[in-house]
Design a protein around this ligand. Structure first.
Ligand code: SAH
Ligand code: SF4
Ligand code: F3S
Length: 452
């Protein structure tokens, strides 16, 4: 859908927390509101509508939302005093989980909407404009929002996200996602391919397929491997990635695709959470540490230069010092290029939150520090290993310093190079000259990539 015929008369500001799916959703909410005349504003000051797209995964998520709402309330009041109106909406996973509490504690909020109802946003905004009191939509509707959302309108830039799967049926003991995002659902192959073609035509060179359980995608026979193969046939699409995967859904075809599809980048985020079989069982992960190690071995056999990333939780209820030591052992056995690690955070309504054997905060802190030191060392070693090598970088934007541009290596490392801005949006070989803790510095390899 084009929005060219609609005159932008209103200013919309979206604040996004949480995962990449929220980033994607925020863009889609902007798309669905564009026909109503809403265009993006840089900040919330004076905006006609502000959407808080929230995350509920860890920590004091709801408190963070309420404190941001307090700040926005002052802006809303200021706008009202000047004779205007600011519509305040709370979307995302906190809205889904705590919609009623939001309305009770922050009655000045106009709209509360869960992740499956974004296509209904125009109607909710219209209702909120007509009447006082909050409009709440946190049911899981029968219809699929993707059938009603307009096409992505904004030019994606060299890298784009594409949500292909949503929700989760795995019910890990600690996790809110099955409750906030609902049951696993896949978008059909045709719809995904059409969106991918539009993104590539608009300038995307890399697409990251998104899903809470992206490798459980079943929008066509053959699963995610089949989707990746079909995407690889799109002219101009140079790089394909997917995230986040569950070890149990890595099927043979997907493992083989890592060796067969050159566009599929040699980097995989594959959360394991723990290296202890006791804890993995308590987490309801339904895989063992050995299963994970075997999977890594098979992936590396298919694609020897594959780099791995993961998520870890320390201090899940019942985790002993020996369990934690098993996690460190697993990390040593795999060797990660990077990883995320978190202290277990009890989430209301999840089974682990009610478990009696909670781990003391100080113990969680100590374990997190030990794990992060090991993961940092592995990341440093992986980056240092790249020095002196020539790698292809997809340049995505300006760098930190004048005359520099920045992009990503095949292994998702940020790379900075002194190079002309004309290379942004293109892939060029560079020589890695230095490794920093979180990025690489490089020089261009071929003079012919420089403008005449
Ligand atoms: N679907 C993905 C990840 C979802 S959430 C998966 O299955 O791995 C992203 C990460 O947040 C998880 O991998 C987990 O490591 C972390 N996480 C989720 N719930 C958490 C909790 N209650 N406390 C701490 N970390 C949590
Ligand atoms: Fe959460 Fe587990 Fe589902 Fe991942 S697989 S989203 S951690 S319940
Ligand atoms: Fe957060 Fe919801 Fe994503 S809880 S991590 S925004 S799925």
């Amino acid at each position: 859908m084009t929005t060219g015929t609609t005159k932008a008369t209103k200013r919309l500001h979206v604040i996004t927390w949480g995962c990449q799916m929220n980033v994607y959703d925020s863009a889609r909410m902007q798309d669905v509101l564009a026909p109503l005349g809403y265009a993006a504003a840089d900040g919330p000051e004076g905006a006609d509508m502000v959407i808080l797209n929230t995350c509920h995964i860890r920590d004091k998520a709801a408190e963070k939302v309420f404190s941001e709402l307090g700040r926005l309330r002052a802006l809303k009041d200021a706008k009202a005093a000047a004779g205007g109106r600011m519509i305040l909406a709370v979307a995302g996973c906190v809205a889904q989980a705590e919609g009623a509490e939001i309305v009770a504690r922050a009655p000045y909020v106009d709209v509360v909407l869960g992740p499956q109802t974004y296509h209904r946003l125009p109607e909710m905004v219209a209702r909120a404009s007509r009447a006082a009191g909050a409009v709440i939509e946190t049911e899981f509707p029968a219809e699929d929002k993707f059938d009603f959302l307009p096409d992505q309108s904004a030019a994606p830039g060299p890298t784009a996200f594409l949500t292909v799967q949503e929700g989760c049926d795995k019910f890990c003991s600690f996790c809110v996602v099955p409750y906030t995002r609902g049951a696993e659902q896949s978008r059909p192959l045709g719809a995904v391919l059409a969106e991918a073609r539009r993104l590539v035509a608009a300038g995307a060179r890399e697409i990251t397929l998104l899903g809470q359980n992206v490798n459980a995608w079943h929008g066509a026979p053959g699963g995610l491997a089949e989707l990746i193969k079909q995407l690889a046939g799109i002219n101009g699409l140079a790089r394909i990635r997917y995230t986040t995967s569950h070890p149990r859904d890595m099927d043979d075809a997907l493992i083989a695709a890592h060796g067969d599809v050159p566009q599929l980048m040699p980097f995989l985020h594959l959360p394991v959470q723990s290296g202890s079989d006791r804890v993995l069982a308590a987490m309801n992960r339904r895989h063992t540490a050995a299963d994970y190690l075997r999977l890594v071995e098979r992936l590396r056999a298919a694609r020897p230069d594959l780099a791995l990333s993961s998520d870890f939780i320390v201090g899940h209820p019942g985790e002993t010092a020996a369990d934690f030591a098993a996690t460190l052992d697993l990390v040593r056995a795999v060797g990660f290029a990077q990883a995320y690690s978190f202290k277990y955070s009890p989430r209301p309504g999840t089974p682990a939150a009610a478990a009696p054997s909670q781990v003391a905060e100080a113990e969680k802190d100590a374990r997190l520090q030990a794990l992060q030191a090991l993961l940092r060392a592995q990341q440093g070693a992986f980056n240092a290993d790249c020095v002196g090598r020539t790698v292809d970088v997809l340049f995505t934007g300006p760098g930190r310093h004048p005359g520099q541009i920045a992009g990503r290596s095949p292994w998702l490392q940020p790379v900075h190079a002194a190079a002309p801005a004309t290379l942004i949006g293109r892939i060029a070989p560079v020589k890695i000259v230095a490794a920093n803790p979180n990025s690489l510095s490089a020089t261009l390899v071929h003079e012919e990539h420089l403008p005449a």
